[in-house]
Write a protein that binds this ligand. Structure first.
Ligand code: HEM
Length: 496
């Protein structure tokens, strides 16, 4: 009994010397936070804590504890903390990503999940939207290739991915240079930058990287965003019909109306239901969570492909065999392109875009393994540690898509439970299916046509991440070479 009592009162080892950690940790410094927190395991074990005034943070670096937090005790750890910026961004927590766990939040998440799966795998429309964006990106790359120019793909990928999200949320698509679209690109960047900084400061206050002018910038960007969202919302309300669902806004409007007309327990969202603010903030969330992440993963994938011409060749052989040159790749080809799928999985492993997920908060007193956890504690899952655990991933820093292939390379596997690029459980990424679809369609469409190389005379792209908003590859230029056999397809877009 004594032993049990002792066991129960175990506290995770606490980092003793914050000024030291604080000085090691600076965003521009040699150790991005996730790397430093991985290294500290050697001294403190895989689960340890940091205490900062009244805030306590537990850092989880091993998959067993990570799954206890996210799955086994997923509801207990489903909370989020509020910060100054998330309150500004989400009208005091009315979105999903930063909304605290509640009846309204659960209802809200369920509606959005349903609406997204409607557009998800198996359904044609979003696939067509993504394919069209991929084709238009390829046209641009062809023009550059014909003029022997190299491209910074970053803004082009951002534009393409933003257009997909615009189509999904309010069935509008924009051409280059459209003022509304340019405004959107601009404010989105401002929002993602400031919010991500503030989340880091919430967990690691000593970083002190969040000056007042960031808050000013955020407020400005949010007000521009809100005007645009309000305009779209008003338009949707004006021509809403119960019988047509054109996009996510329609789906949310319908859910809101049926909840209002129907007070059954199942549909009830708790006091207040879904307000107009909730609907607007959902769309804001999808933009904030869906653009930068997907774009960044595409940039990492291209950077790694440039490093591995052999891998490009393997994927292209696969494409030539299954898709050929006469049509564009489609989602249904996914099962017959294992090398490409394995490459996507490996990119998500080696450079997880959200290496610390979004911090979770314990909603009541609980435990992780033998360690006590008190209500209100923030829990950070270090996915970087999970994905670079040498026990689970031999040579973790080496980029080897074949890890995800079965022994005769004919099918896919997930070789370790230490793999959570989208999180798991109550707070799992809502856009996982959409993001995977985009990665597959963009990369297959590009590789069908082009071989990607560095700009002549340039070194290969750096594979070191810059930690800021998300884990970003430094800027690089791509020299895209049209593949043999493609000349005759020029000026003609392929239909899926
Ligand atoms: C490759 C691209 C993406 C990656 C790697 C990614 C990863 C993640 C991760 C790690 C989380 C946090 C999980 C947690 O807190 O435990 C998350 C949350 C979220 N993601 Fe994604 N994401 C991606 C794309 C998208 C897209 C395209 C959308 C839009 C539809 C999206 C919408 C969301 C939302 C709404 C949340 C908040 C969920 C919640 O708090 O309940 N994500 N994502």
């Amino acid at each position: 009994a004594l032993w049990k009592a002792r066991r129960r009162s175990l506290e995770p080892p606490c980092l003793p010397c914050l000024p030291l950690i604080g000085s090691l940790l600076s965003l521009g410094g040699p150790h991005p936070p996730h790397v430093l927190f991985k290294e500290l395991q050697a001294k403190y074990g895989a689960t340890y804590s940091l205490k900062l005034g009244s805030n306590k943070v537990i850092m989880v670096n091993h998959h067993i504890h990570a799954k206890e937090v996210l799955l086994k005790k997923g509801k207990i750890f489903a909370g989020r903390s509020r910060t100054v910026t998330t309150d500004v961004l989400t009208r005091n927590g009315k979105g999903i990503a930063f909304g605290d766990y509640s009846a309204t939040w659960k209802f809200h998440r369920k509606i959005v999940h349903g609406a997204l799966s409607m557009f998800g795998e198996g359904s044609a429309s979003i696939e067509n939207i993504v394919c069209a964006e991929a084709q238009s990106l390829c046209t641009l790359m062809s023009e550059a290739s014909a003029a022997d120019l190299s491209l910074d793909l970053s803004p082009e990928l951002t534009r393409a991915v933003t257009n997909v999200i615009c189509a999904l949320c309010f069935h509008s698509s924009y051409s280059r240079g459209d003022p509304e679209f340019e405004a959107m690109l601009h404010y989105s960047q401002g929002i993602v930058d400031t919010v991500a900084k503030d989340i880091l400061v919430d967990i690691f206050p000593w970083l002190q990287i969040f000056p007042n002018k960031d808050l000013q910038r955020l407020k400005h960007c949010v007000s521009i965003r809100d005007q645009l969202l309000q305009k779209k919302y008003d338009e949707h309300k004006a021509d809403y019909s119960d019988h047509v669902q054109r996009d996510l806004l329609d789906a949310l409007l319908r859910a809101k109306r049926s909840a209002e007309n129907n007070n059954t327990a199942e549909l009830s969202a708790g006091p207040g239901g879904l307000s107009d603010d909730h609907v607007l903030m959902t769309v804001g969330d999808i933009f904030a969570a869906g653009v930068e992440t997907t774009t960044t993963m595409l940039k990492w994938a291209v950077a790694y492909l440039i490093h591995q011409p052999q891998l490009q060749k393997q994927i292209q052989d696969e494409l030539d065999r299954t898709v050929g040159l006469e049509r564009a790749p489609q989602l249904k080809d996914r099962g017959s392109l294992p090398y490409l799928e394995a490459t996507i999985r490996e990119v998500l492993r080696i450079r997880p875009v959200a290496p610390l997920l979004v911090p979770h908060v314990a909603l009541s007193d609980t435990s992780i393994g033998d360690f006590n956890v008190t209500k209100g504690t923030r829990v950070v899952i270090n996915v970087w540690s999970l994905h670079h655990d040498p026990e689970e991933w031999p040579n973790p820093e080496s980029f080897e898509p074949a890890r995800f292939l079965n022994s005769d390379a004919s099918g896919l596997v997930i070789p370790s439970p230490s793999y959570l690029p989208f999180g798991v459980g109550q707070r799992v990424c809502l856009g996982e299916a959409l993001a995977k679809m985009e990665l597959f369609l963009f990369l297959s469409t590009i590789l069908q046509r082009f071989t990607l190389t560095a700009r002549p005379g340039d070194p290969l792209p750096s594979l070191e991440g810059k930690f800021g908003v998300v884990l970003q590859p430094p800027k690089y230029y791509v020299h895209a070479l049209l593949r043999p056999g493609w000349e005759r397809h020029e000026d003609k877009s392929l239909n899926p």
